[in-house]
Design a protein around this ligand. Structure first.
Ligand SMILES: Nc1ncnc2c1ncn2[C@@H]1O[C@H](COP(=O)(O)OP(=O)(O)OP(=O)(O)O)[C@@H](O)[C@H]1O
Length: 361
């Protein structure tokens, strides 16, 4: 930019000739001199110097956009997949954002898969019913996807629509379920995904769950950031979200860090013999660690305490942290209040599992 030629900036010819006669040829030559020096060197009025400097500065500036233009652009290219949970949609300014990674993290059995099944259904629903009328790629690493449960959620949420002949089958037919059994198989299917996304009008990608792919056996609860295959995976998933402008939703599990300093992964199935009170005291953290947490755009924590389950907006570029109590019913997840409860300080990232049976399964 600094070396941009003044001859290409559209200055009035008379003025340009004065600059070139004094060997001031580039933006850098003109802008690195004080106005008074320029006035003396060019032998012109200060007002003329100022307008020439303003002109050269403007022509040299990197292109910029106003906040308003960015907002308009976002409206055109972006968008949200409504969760049909009004409080949560409000907090997220419309729902799960297109073009970004949204992580659902929480203990086993809390309701992450139930949430994903509803999202899959919503993305597949015709637009006239508030859906995205698209296909869904559902990467089901734990074989937990259930068409029957998804249709049950559909019948409970949209009884009038699901009564229509064949609609339930049509919706289920739009969900492409893959079940990789290793991270390399998962990587292979991702490599083919960009093409599949384009060919199949995919409107949502779900990975349930990302943590289950990783073998923890020899890693004592931490993934080495250098060795982690998740690193490449993460940037690839991000690029898929951005390239296709679709929401990408990932579930992540939790591990407990108890007082004896050993880690335990909920999904591994090995249970330490601890009492209920010890369990509720243990500290839960997201299974995939801090690097992963930083990379996602939205993080929703599913947790249980005070006799309720909560969906907590723990990370969002546009929403303050807020938690919504919820229940899981035959129609899927329902919020118990739409206003939400503000959370602050260390509560924002805490993952609590008190008084629920999810850890004791
Ligand atoms: N038909 C149903 N009616 C009411 N509640 C249900 C129904 N099916 C499942 N649930 C609820 O959903 C919970 C299971 O949630 P889900 O399978 O989403 O857990 P998860 O968070 O995905 O767990 P994991 O990490 O182990 O995959 C059960 O505890 C139960 O409360």
């Amino acid at each position: 930019m600094a070396n941009k030629l003044i001859s290409q900036m559209g200055l009035p010819p008379s003025l340009f000739h004065i600059f070139s006669a004094r060997n001031i040829l580039t933006a850098k030559d003109a802008l690195s001199l004080p106005e008074v020096d320029l006035m003396a060197l060019l032998d012109i009025e200060i007002d003329l110097v100022r307008s020439a400097v303003a002109h050269i500065s403007e022509a040299t500036c990197p292109p910029f956009q106003t906040g308003l233009a960015l907002l308009e652009e976002k409206k055109k290219s972006g968008g949200h997949l409504s969760t049909l949970l009004p409080g949560l949609d409000n907090a997220l300014c419309g729902g799960i954002p297109f073009g970004a990674l949204t992580e659902l993290v929480g203990p086993s059995g809390i309701g992450k898969t139930q949430f994903c099944l509803k999202l899959a259904l919503l993305a597949a629903l015709p637009e006239c019913y508030g859906g995205l009328n698209g296909r869904v790629i559902y990467i089901d690493t734990e074989s937990k996807f259930s068409s029957r449960r998804m249709i049950e959620i559909g019948e409970g949420s949209f009884p009038h629509i699901f009564r229509l002949q064949g609609l339930a089958q049509k919706m289920a037919g739009r969900i492409i379920v893959t079940r990789p059994t290793s991270i390399s198989e998962f990587n292979d299917s991702l490599q083919q995904m960009k093409l599949t996304l384009l060919q199949n009008e995919v409107k949502l990608l779900i990975v349930d769950s990302i943590a289950a792919l990783v073998s923890w056996d020899n890693e004592k609860g931490t993934i080495s950031s250098r060795q982690s295959p998740l690193r490449g995976l993460l940037s690839f998933l991000k690029s898929i979200a951005e390239f296709s402008q679709i929401p990408v939703v990932l579930t992540n599990q939790v591990r407990s860090h108890s007082s004896d300093d050993t880690f335990h992964y909920i999904f591994q199935g090995h249970r330490k013999e601890t009492s209920n009170s010890e369990r509720s005291e243990s500290h839960l953290t997201a299974a995939l660690g801090i690097q992963w947490a930083h990379a996602v755009t939205i993080r929703l924590i599913f947790e249980a305490h005070s006799g309720h389950r909560f969906i907590k907006v723990a990370k969002s570029p546009i929403s303050p942290p807020v938690a919504f109590p919820f229940v899981v019913e035959s129609s899927g997840i329902t919020l118990l209040n739409q206003e939400g409860i503000s959370v602050a300080g260390s509560e924002i990232n805490a993952i609590r599992c008190q008084g629920c049976n999810v850890l004791t399964q």
